[in-house]
Design a protein around this ligand. Sequence first.
Ligand SMILES: *Cc1c(COP(=O)(O)O)cnc(C)c1O
Length: 348
Amino acid sequence: MTAELREIAGRLGDVPAYVYDLAALDAHAARVREAMRGTEVYYAVKANPDPAVLRTLAPHVDGFEVSSGGEFDHVSALFPGRRLAFGGPGKTAADLARRPYRFHVESPRELDLLTGDVLLRVNLRVASEGAALAMSGPFGMDPEMVAECRNRSGDFRIRGIHAHLASGLDAPALLGLAKTIADHALPGEEMCVGGGMAVDYTDPANVFDWETYGEGLRGLGRPVIRIEPGRAMTAYCGWYLTKVLDVKRVHGELFAVLTGGTHHLRTPVTKGHDQPFTVFGSAGQDEEITLVGQLCTPKDVFARRVRAALRPGDVVAFAMAGAYAYNISHHDFLMHPKPEFHYVSGMP
Ligand SMILES: *Cc1c(COP(=O)(O)O)cnc(C)c1O
């Protein structure tokens, strides 16, 4: 990959580029599949719905988790007949008229309006210490509402329960949550324990312990357990390449101004981290420097006061840009050009 990345960096113009390493994604997904044997794996499409990414993942997953009618239609068109779990709050009548393998029901009212096989999404008040994001608030139903659903009858079959309680947790913490969720499933029911596997942006080598998680879930002894990983599946396969336009010191602080910006890669701003990166360019003395983009807002920052040697013309390749990256960014702000997309190591 490094050779291909270097080659693309070498011919990068003034338009930034996303590079997806599909061979790395394929190998990673195969590793996850093996570690999670005995557990169904559905990829959470909202992390990255790029068709080449989805095609690479397809052989390694049991299905896809979609969170909108748009995602449902996108994935259905790419993979007719594949199993889809349709979740997400605020489903419209048109959403509820679709026919996924499983609906994840958010309220008794939704249950009354739909037809098919459902999991009841339970919202539990749990202490998720260390979580990057706790999914509290309006998502799913409290145990009383779940009980209300179980007393209803209609054109649906309750197959089990679903929960996605927090994100950014390590394997032992997620296993603890899975045990709590299991208390809310009836014997023989399916349970989907969501996504949220930790991704460490400060250390790309510190990956989620899929082996421990897989072994722990198998140990729960449930007939059907499903997970819905998003970020931890695709974060590592994406790179965002941009070029240094200017380097200057303002009131004592050194800045590198890069092509593109957070309208292409919003991840570091939304998560509050420094995006890890590699520099292709002239070697020099490392200095403390802040990497910013072309937007007219002080929030357009990729990495703050990190150490690097940067000169105009160098290419900065931001790593870990394969999840919640391009697709959560505000592309139209300031009307800069859209990035190019490159798919390396074999397009499926
Ligand atoms: C976003 C989401 C996921 C994926 O979460 P990650 O943190 O990306 O693994 C899974 N399930 C539901 C219901 C979600 O909303």
